[in-house]
Structure formats: C-alpha cells, structure tokens
Design a protein around this ligand. Structure first.
Ligand code: ZN
Length: 395
C-alpha cells in the first residue's frame, strides 16, 4: 500500500511508468527494506534490480524470484509489484526465522514488463535472458519523444551508486508470484493457482480495401463497402474460432475505418486480431486459417492479412510446478493447476532454467484497471506458498 501511493491515480489505481521518477522512488523504497535485512543490492545494464540473500554454498546457482514494479498507465496496485514484494517478504521471513538455505535466493525487479511507456513489454527479462540484445529497443520513443536508450542511460546514471552486475545468468530455478488477472481462481473458490505454463499468442491485422462512395447516391448493390465486408469477415472468424470448451481466446478490438464519416461508404477497414491458446498445434491451425476464412467471407473488398506477433506456448518445468503444488498442500491452501492467459517475464526465463509461477485470485478477474484487488489474506497465502517453494528449491 505504501508503494501504491507512488504514482497513485483516482479509484485506487497506479500509474508508474518504467524508468520514471516514480519507478526510481519505488525501487529506493524496496532497497531500503532490503537493507534492513542485510540483503545485497545490484543492478544490470538493462536496469533489472536484484536483491540477494546469500546461501551457504557460494558456488551453487541461486534461486530467482520476482516480477516487475512498473504499471499500466491506468493500472492497479498489485500487478507485478506483488511478486517483487512477496519475494522480499520471503527473504525477510527467512531472515527473521534464522533459516539458512544452501543456495542464495535473489529477488529481481525486471525493467519495463508492461510496455506502457515503451513497447513492447518485457524488455528487461528479454535482455537478461539473451532473447534479444539490450540495444534492440534503443530508438523506441515514449509519448514525449524520449528514446528508450536515453531514459535507460539517465536511470543508470541516477542509480550509479548501486553495485553493477553482469547481464544474464543461469539460476537453479525461477519462480514468479503474480495476481491471476483473470476470474478462474475466484470462481473456483480457491487460494492458489499452480501455473502450468503460458499460452501462445498470435497477433494479426486484416485490411479490407473497397471504395469510398456517397451514402446518398451509391446504390447498395454497386458498393464496395468495407464495413459490411468486415462484418462478414468477423462473423466467419467467430465461427472459425468458436471453442465449446472456451479455452481459445479470440479478440477483435481495434477497428480503423476510412473515411470514418456517417454519410460516406467506408472504403477501407483495418482491424486487429489477438488469438491465444495453450496448445501450439491449435494456435497454429487457427491462425493459419485466418486468411482463407476472411477471403471466403468478403464479397467485394480486397483482403490483406498481416501477422505481427507469434509467440509459441511455453510449459513450465515439472520441478517448479510440483514444488509449488506441494508447497500449497503443505500450507493447507486449496489450489488448482491453470495456464496463464497473460504474458509474464517468466516466459523469457523458461529456456534458461526450470521456471514456474504462483497465482493468487483477482477480484472479479479485473486487472490493468484501478479496481484490481486481491485481499491481504489472499496475498499472504500466495506469499507463504512462495516462501515454502523457495526454501525447497534453495535447499
Ligand atoms: Zn504483471
């Protein structure tokens, strides 16, 4: 709640963009709390911030936990920051209890997970994992025209007192706590989500080109009306994407109409498709069928289908998934396995180390919204499962 005051917005929300003064204030608060338990602080060239509690074996790879401290522009108080605070609380609890682990436990705050100020998100974890070089996004600009490279350099200059660590590493395991951001745990009345993986995503745009015309003079039968063809296309796509089990996520959300006036036939429509599924084969088949489905559905317009993003589903490692399930059982928490519908930094750690996540319920499934809420009891239950899991993984 103290952190939520940094960048607070009406309705209990938070606006804390990455690499902003508010981000730095929040990080300093975290560092102050970490100093109280004697943890070591370090930062890498991507501004990922690490809090380390040493283990007894300095040669053993650390167990890594954490999440992100930036928020959506109209975000809530829990997305991301919960996983960082839960990780710090785990270290503090071990410190207070005098428990020593063989492996070090490190808490990481990844830079720019949300992508709200600089798109795409997950730049910190993508850099750290070697998924893309950290200079990849140098020329991306925020709404004020500030380059990412310049914001990052400014941040690192202001944080120059923090010990620098090399980018990357191979942890023994990575475990991220996060709010569910969906309604499943609440609907099932359960405490804990044992996350089994992250579903795959494919993003497309469809452009339908017809001909603009006068709404009063052009006979309907002679038009090449892009809005009417869009309706046919979306109806056909709804049939293609219909899933009786309601696992496939199909979204048409952004629609650009040209000329977008009430008395002209639309000559051109561009709409976006976001398609997600945990099974890579299903996602491949459905995504690959989009072009033919649209082409078969339209009557008069030319069709252009472009793919902008293609991320395969990832499955989390049995070591971590089973550790989390056992921790929930040992703590008396009710739990179920489920895939994550949203992206997380954990996605980019998967190729490097056994990875998993712990979810806690989100009230009404609401997230990326000031109304985002999980109760103190729910957050504490997730933190207990996290600390039990970390102790098991760290020995
Ligand atoms: Zn998040």
């Amino acid at each position: 709640m103290e952190l939520a005051r940094i960048g607070e917005i009406p309705g209990d929300g938070v606006n804390r963009p990455c690499l902003s003064p508010g981000d730095r204030t929040a990080r300093r608060m975290l560092i102050a709390w970490a100093n109280e338990i004697g943890a070591e602080i370090s930062i890498d060239v991507a501004a990922n911030l690490f809090v380390r509690r040493a283990g007894t074996d300095p040669d053993a790879a650390p167990v890594l936990t954490g999440s992100h401290m930036d928020s959506q522009p109209e975000g809530g108080r829990f997305d991301g920051i919960y996983g960082v605070i839960a990780g710090l609380e785990a270290l503090a609890a071990l410190h207070d209890a005098g428990i020593v682990t063989r492996r070090a436990i490190e808490v990481v705050a990844w830079t720019n997970e949300e992508g709200g100020r600089y798109a795409p998100g997950c730049m910190g974890s993508m850099s750290w994992s070697g998924y893309a070089p950290p200079t990849t996004w140098d020329d991306v600009r925020d709404a004020d025209g500030i380059r990412y490279a310049d914001a990052l350099a400014e941040h690192l200059r202001l944080e120059a007192d923090l010990p620098r660590r090399p980018l990357g590493g191979v942890p023994h395991a990575y475990l991220e706590a996060h709010i569910e951001q969906g309604p499943l745990l609440e609907a099932a009345g359960l405490d804990i989500g044992v996350v089994t993986g992250i579903q795959g995503s494919r993003w497309f745009s469809v452009t339908l080109s017809g001909a603009s015309a006068h709404a009063g003079t052009a006979p309907v039968g002679m038009r090449r009306d892009a809005v009417q063809d869009m309706l046919r296309a979306v109806s056909a796509l709804n049939e293609l994407m219909h899933d009786p089990a309601d696992i496939l996520r199909f979204t048409v959300a952004r629609i650009d109409v040209t000329p977008n006036t009430s008395n002209s036939v639309a000559g051109r429509v561009r709409f976006t498709i976001d398609c997600r599924h945990p099974d890579g084969a299903v996602l491949r088949a459905k995504g690959d069928a989009i072009r033919a489905t649209v082409e078969a559905a339209v009557k008069t317009c030319d069709v252009l289908v472009e793919e902008h993003f293609d991320a395969a589903p990832v499955a989390f490692h049995p070591l971590v998934v089973e550790t989390v399930a056992a921790a929930a059982l040992a703590d008396g928490a009710s739990a179920m396995g489920l895939p994550s519908g949203a992206f997380h930094d954990a996605q980019f750690v998967v190729p490097l180390a056994p990875t998993g996540m712990v979810f806690v319920p989100s009230r009404d499934g609401i997230s990326h919204n000031p109304a985002e809420y999980s109760s103190p009891e729910q957050l504490a239950a997730g933190t207990r499962v996290l600390v039990r899991s970390l102790v098991a993984l760290a020995g």
